[in-house]
Design a protein around this ligand. Structure first.
Ligand code: ZN
Length: 85
């Protein structure tokens, strides 16, 4: 019984490996053309953690409070702070 399970596991791993390999073969050239067709500049925006929940967000999109930066106005208020203009 355990021998059957072992072979079933091996078959599943081999099938997964072949499927992954085939997927990579299909996707490879496509992603290459997409990359050359639409060069997307990756601009690294400075991020900061929300003082209330700790979620990292782009500083430009964050709410500035008196004590720190927040991901949204609700968290600014929930932290007992008020948004600065
Ligand atoms: Zn937050």
């Amino acid at each position: 019984m355990s021998l059957i399970l072992k072979w079933a596991l091996i078959a599943a791993v081999v099938a997964w490996g072949v499927w992954t390999w085939r997927r990579m073969q299909v996707r490879g050239p496509q992603s290459e053309t997409q990359r050359t067709r639409a060069p997307k500049p990756t601009v690294m925006q400075p991020t900061q953690a929300c003082l209330h929940c700790g979620v990292h967000a782009a500083q430009a999109e964050m709410v500035r409070g008196a004590r720190g930066m927040y991901c949204c106005v609700q968290h600014c208020q929930a932290h007992g702070d008020h948004a600065q203009s």
